[in-house]
Ligand binder design. Sequence first.
Ligand SMILES: C[S@@+](CC[C@H](N)C(=O)[O-])C[C@H]1O[C@@H](n2cnc3c(N)ncnc32)[C@H](O)[C@@H]1O
Length: 275
Amino acid sequence: MRKSLRSFRTMRGGSRLLARRFATSHNSRLSKIFVGNFVVAKNFGYPKFSQGANLQNYNMKYSLEHAKKTYRLWGRHPLWYKFACIITFLGQESKLRKLTVEKLELKHGDTVLDLACGTGLNHKFLEGVVGPDGKIIAFDYSNEMLTAAKQRAKENKWNNIIFVQGDAAQLSLDTKVDGVLSTLGISAIPQHKEALKKAVDALKINKIISILDAQLPSGFWSMFNPLIAYVYKHWASWDYTKNMPEDLRQLISDIKMKQYNGGTIYIIHGTKNAP
Ligand SMILES: C[S@@+](CC[C@H](N)C(=O)[O-])C[C@H]1O[C@@H](n2cnc3c(N)ncnc32)[C@H](O)[C@@H]1O
C-alpha cells in the first residue's frame, strides 16, 4: 500500500515537473497556448476572449496557398477529414448538413452549386433532393479534395455531378443555379467577400443561398478558444474573424440565422430578390 502511494507521488511529481518544463519551454508555439490567453492572443492575433470584440480588425494572414497546402493533406486522407468533421459537428453532422440542404427548397431536376464542396460530404443529401435529373456543380480549389469527391460520386454511381476546380473568388459559371450551398467553406476561402458576391450572382432570382459555418464558443467553453483557433487556423485555414452573416446581409437583405451545438455552428440562408 505504502509502496504504491510512494510511486503514485513520484509519478505526480514527475508529471508536474514535465508540465512546468513544457509550459516554460522557450518559444514553443504549443506551450504558449497553455501558458496563457494573453500570449496566445499576441501570437495569433486573437482579439479578446469573447465574441463581442470587434473581430473585423484582426487579420488572419493566411492565403490561397495555405488553403491549398492544408486541403492537399485532407484530400489525400478523406477518412481523417471525415473524422475531423465528426469532431467539428460534435456528432451532429448528418442532421446539420441535411438541414442546410433543406433550407434551399430544391426540387427534382434543379441545378445546385456546392461551393467549396471538399470531399463531397453534402452530395448524398443534395442527390436526395435534385434526383438523377438534377445537377450538382461541385466547386473547390483543392484538386485533392475534388479527387476524393469524384471517388465518392463513382462509388455511389452519382453521374450528375460536374466537378470544377478554381478559386471561389473568381467563380464564373455559364449557367444560373437554383440554389447555392456552402458548408464550412466560406470561412476557409481567403477572399470570402468576393466569393459570396460571385455565388449570389450565380443564383437565379427568387432562389436561396444556404451557408453553414462554425464560430468560436462563448461562455464556459471560450477558455478553449485559443486552442480551437490555433488548431483550426493551421489545419483548416479557418478564419474565425469573418462576420459572415453581416457580409451576406450586404448582398441579401433578408437573411435568417440559427445557431446549433451551443452556438458553435450556425446556418444562414436568404433569398435573392429581383434588383
Ligand atoms: C473545411 S473544408 C469544407 C468542405 C466541405 N464543404 C464540407 O462541408 O466538408 C473547406 C474547403 O474549402 C476549400 N477552399 C478553400 N479556399 C477556397 C477557394 N478560394 N475557392 C474554392 N474552394 C476553396 C478547400 O479546398 C476545402 O475543400
